[in-house]
Design a protein around this ligand. Structure first.
Ligand SMILES: Nc1ncnc2c1ncn2[C@@H]1O[C@H](COP(=O)(O)OP(=O)(O)OP(=O)(O)O)[C@@H](O)[C@H]1O
Ligand SMILES: [Mg+2]
Length: 478
């Protein structure tokens, strides 16, 4: 048996010990491993291969530059084989990269564009970049003149989504996580109306559960709830449900809702009441010379309660079994469109859900869609619905929505306040969890008759046609 000194054993074992330590580090402290080891290696790989990758992805430009070139010496080849010469030659030049910084889930890569290049040129190459860098995704994070920032995500953060706190302030809910690892914020004061689509079992109701759980806890005043819900009776943000699937979706949350309609006739009446509430608030805004209810001239004690209207299965509202229902359907469609057009400045926000939302439901749907600026498109079965949800926003978003796999329910393509599209996945909240939350926070629900009282105290309600010109600015986000 060979005779090794102890120090030789130590030297031989060192690489194995280091490798085992690295594996354990990565396994038990992935974050610090990423910042300490993964990030420097990945950044070095991106810098080291950048010229090659940019050329393969079509991001280089032909440039003339000063270079040393080796040329044969004419006529004297056997004697002087080569001679180095400085001259201008054509080269492929890659866009310059800035300092690559780590994020929790990947990298942020700043890039300076070549003259004549636009962010769209880079956007067209994002998939190719992701493959070249062997990462899950590369997205265009932001841009300013002449520069873009790419966000590189190493692994799909949507495989396992965990969110503890769904409420993030008045009328702001965080029901999902973006592919970048950042929270997906639904801020109703920035983006008042939302369209949520998806095939059956794609995750619409789960998203609504998370949304309801985020909103149930919120006080209309915007203050944080500190004591027991019973101490804040009737002071919460109001929730109103339209559930034309016979009430199966929203009835479990009825305790926290101020009103719920499950039949078309009830829906019509409720829509009319909502429009009258909006008209009453319009009168209030006029009295205070304010353009919206959040204006400082409207003090907190007279400011009306914000109302979030949740509509499940919009197609049911628009579909008619026979001609006799035509008038009802037209009235419902018109009322909903009116509400969508006028309500945002007056604290009434819409969340419209549907499996199928196509122009075949009637011309009112396209007009309604244009008012619903927040979009969430889960996996869909028909092209028309994806087109309806995202087609007018960004064609690339449409392509991403088509690729949502069936085995990832809750994944959606979202477009929010930044106007950019992202892949996101909702936090998994079951119907039971949402039902428990609705029951627990039930005392917060403002009474519907209290909200209707606004109409009686408003005096003469303004005509809506007059509103269109007077409050036309109020249609911009507030
Ligand atoms: N974010 C999520 N994470 C994990 N699983 C999810 C998520 N969202 C949905 N699911 C799973 O998918 C199932 C169906 O979701 P959901 O009931 O929300 O679909 P839906 O779009 O409302 O369907 P329908 O149109 O039939 O009402 C859920 O029971 C749940 O198991
Ligand atoms: Mg559902």
């Amino acid at each position: 048996m060979p005779d090794f000194a102890p120090v030789e054993y130590v030297i031989a074992a060192t690489p194995f010990a280091a490798a085992a330590g690295g594996v354990a580090w990565q396994r038990y402290a992935p974050h610090s491993f990423w910042y300490g080891v993964g990030y420097p290696l990945k950044a070095a790989q991106v810098y080291g291969t950048w010229h090659h990758v940019a050329s393969g992805c079509g991001l280089t430009r032909r440039r003339r530059a000063l270079r040393w070139s080796a040329e044969a010496f004419p006529g004297m080849a056997p004697v002087f084989r080569h001679r180095r010469r400085l001259g201008r030659v054509q080269i492929d030049k890659a866009p310059r990269l800035g300092v690559i910084r780590p994020t929790a889930r990947g990298l942020r890569v700043p890039m300076r564009l070549h003259d004549g290049q636009t962010p769209d040129d880079v956007r067209a190459a994002l998939d190719r970049l992701a493959h070249a860098w062997r990462v899950h995704a590369v997205r265009l994070h932001s841009w300013k003149p002449g520069r873009v920032t790419l966000l590189v995500t190493g692994a799909d953060p949507l495989v396992d989504v965990d969110l503890a706190d769904l409420s993030a302030g008045l009328l702001t809910v965080v029901p999902a996580v973006l592919e970048t690892g950042e929270p997906f914020v639904m801020d109703f004061r920035a983006v008042p109306h939302w369209l949520i689509t998806g095939a059956t079992n794609s995750g619409k109701s789960t998203l609504i559960n998370a949304l309801i759980m985020g909103l149930t806890t919120q006080l209309a005043s915007g203050e944080a709830l500190t004591g027991e819900p019973a101490e804040y009776e009737g002071q919460g943000v109001a929730l109103v449900g339209f559930d034309l699937k016979g009430g199966v979706e929203f009835t479990p949350y009825e305790a926290r809702m101020s009103a719920l309609a499950t039949e078309r006739a009830d829906c019509l009446a409720l829509l009319d009441q909502l429009i009258d509430i909006v008209r009453a608030r319009m009168a209030l805004c006029r009295r205070h010379r304010a353009r919206n209810i959040w204006h400082p001239r409207i003090s907190a004690d007279v400011r009306p309660t914000p109302i979030v209207v949740l509509i499940d299965e919009i197609a049911e509202l628009f579909l008619m079994a026979d001609k006799s229902q035509k008038e009802e359907v037209t009235r419902a469609a018109t009322a909903l469109l009116r509400l969508a057009q006028i309500s945002r400045a007056f604290g009434v926000y819409l969340v419209v859900c549907g499996q199928r939302v196509g122009s075949d439901l009637g011309s009112g749907v396209t007009a309604l869609r244009s008012q619903l600026s927040g979009r969430i498109c889960h996996r869909v079965n028909d092209e028309a619905t994806a087109e309806m949800t995202l087609g007018d926003m960004d064609r690339a978003a449409l392509a991403a929505a088509r690729q949502i796999p069936a085995n990832m329910p809750g994944v959606a393509v979202v477009i929010g306040s930044d106007g950019l599209w992202h892949r996101a996945r909702s936090a998994y909240r079951t119907e039971e969890q949402a039902e428990d939350a609705a029951a627990f926070y039930a005392p917060l629900a403002p009474e519907w008759k209290t909200l209707l009282a606004e109409i009686d105290t408003a005096g003469e309600l303004p005509e809506l046609d007059a509103f269109e010109s007077e409050f036309s600015d109020a249609t911009t986000p507030i």
